[in-house]
Design a protein around this ligand. Structure first.
Ligand code: CO
Ligand code: CO
Ligand code: CO
Length: 323
C-alpha cells in the first residue's frame, strides 16, 4: 500500500518507507535525529489496564528496534460512546504506567468515537544520525537472534474462544508486557547490522522485510525458535488467528520448507505477534558479545534462530526453514 504514496526525497530523511521499516528517522543536525512512529490495535486481553500497558510496550518497540530512545508519546484512542468511561480510564492508566516504566512522557492525544476500542501511541524518539539500526543492513554470515518467544497471536485468539488455560494466557501477557528496551540497549552497545521488532507479520513476515531490504537470503532453524509453553497444544487443536493464516499464505512463495516441517510449525513461524521481541542480525564474530550484553541486562529469551546467507548460497529473498 505504501508504494502508492508519492516518492519523497529529502537529504535529512535517513529512513523513510523504502526499506520496509516501521519508523522514520529524520536528521535535525549532525548529533541528533528524531524517530517517528505510531501503532494501535483493538483489545487483545480482557483487562483494560493490561491492554493499555501492552499497547504502549508495542508502540515503543519500533523505536527500540531502531536502537533509539523514545521520549514522547501521544495517545491514539478509538472508543465507543456507549461504553463506560471508566474502562477508557483504565486503558489510559495502563498506558501511562508502561510509558513511565520506559521514561516516556505521554503529552496528550486524540480520541474518536469507534465501534470497537482501539489504543496505541504515536512515539517520538531520538538517535544519533548514522547510528539508527534498520531492516536493511543484514550481511551474509550474520547470526539471527530473537529476544522473545513466539505464540502470542495463537494464545490471545484461544483466549477469546475461552479455550486456553489461564496460566498460558498469563505467560503470554507477561511476554507482551515486557519492554524491548534492555534488548535494544544491548544491541546498541555491541553494534549490530540490522533489526526488526516482531509484530503483526510474524517472524517470517518481518524477516522477509529484512532480507528484501538487505538483498540476502536467510535460514531459520526451527529447533532453536523459542515458543511460549502451551502453544503447541493450541496449534494441535487447530487454533490460529486469521492474521496468522494470511501471514503464512503471504510468505509461502518465498519460503522453502524442509519436508519435516509440519503445518503447526509453519503457523507458529507466521504467527501475528503483539509486542514481540527483537530479531537482531549480528555479525557472527560479535554474536557472543551481543548474547553476553543481553544476558547482563536480564533479557530472558536469547535464541539464535538462524543465519543470513548470501545470494550465491541460496536464492536472494528466500527463507529456508529447516527442522
Ligand atoms: Co509498528
Ligand atoms: Co515494528
Ligand atoms: Co485533536
Amino acid at each position: 500500500m505504501l508504494r502508492q504514496l508519492p516518492k519523497v526525497s529529502d537529504p535529512n530523511l535517513l529512513v523513510g518507507i523504502s526499506t520496509g521499516d516501521d519508523a522514520a528517522v529524520y536528521k535535525l543536525n549532525d548529533d541528533l535525529a528524531i524517530i517517528q512512529t505510531l501503532d494501535f490495535f483493538p483489545p487483545i486481553v480482557d483487562d483494560p489496564f493490561t491492554y493499555g500497558e501492552i499497547a504502549v510496550a508495542n508502540s515503543l518497540s519500533d523505536v527500540y528496534a531502531m536502537g533509539g530512545k523514545p521520549l514522547l508519546g501521544l495517545n491514539i484512542v478509538g472508543f465507543p460512546v456507549n461504553l463506560s468511561k471508566d474502562i477508557l480510564g483504565e486503558i489510559l492508566k495502563g498506558g501511562a504506567s508502561k510509558a513511565g516504566e520506559a521514561d516516556v512522557i505521554i503529552v496528550g492525544g486524540h480520541t474518536v468515537d469507534d465501534k470497537e476500542p482501539k489504543y496505541g501511541l504515536s512515539v517520538t524518539g531520538v538517535v544519533k544520525p548514522g547510528c539508527q539500526i534498520t531492516n536493511a543492513g543484514c550481511k551474509p554470515g550474520d547470526v539471527l537472534v530473537l529476544t522473545k518467544p513466539l505464540g502470542t497471536g495463537i494464545i490471545t485468539t484461544a483466549g477469546k474462544q475461552q479455550s486456553v488455560k489461564s496460566d498460558v494466557i498469563r505467560e503470554a501477557v507477561r511476554v507482551m508486557n515486557m519492554l524491548n528496551r534492555d534488548a535494544s540497549e544491548a544491541m546498541v552497545e555491541t553494534g549490530v547490522n540490522a533489526c526488526s521488532d516482531i509484530t503483526g507479520f510474524g517472524l517470517l513476515g518481518h524477516l522477509r522485510s529484512m532480507i528484501y531490504g538487505s538483498d540476502v537470503g536467510a535460514v531459520i532453524n526451527v529447533s532453536t525458535v523459542p515458543v511460549i509453553d502451551g502453544v503447541w497444544d493450541l496449534l494441535d487443536k487447530g487454533i490460529a488467528p486469521g492474521g496468522t493464516r494470511r501471514n503464512l499464505s503471504s510468505v509461502e512463495d518465498i519460503t522453502d520448507w524442509h519436508s519435516d516441517v509440519n503445518e503447526s510449525t509453519k503457523l507458529l513461524l507466521a504467527d501475528a505477534q503483539t509486542s514481540g521481541g527483537l530479531l537482531i542480525s549480528v555479525p557472527s564474530v560479535d554474536s557472543t558479545a551481543l548474547i553476553n550484553a543481553l544476558r547482563l541486562r536480564g533479557v530472558e529469551t536469547i535464541s539464535v534462530v538462524g543465519e543470513v546467507v548470501s545470494k550465491e548460497s541460496i536464492e536472494p529473498y528466500r527463507i529456508k526453514v529447516i527442522p
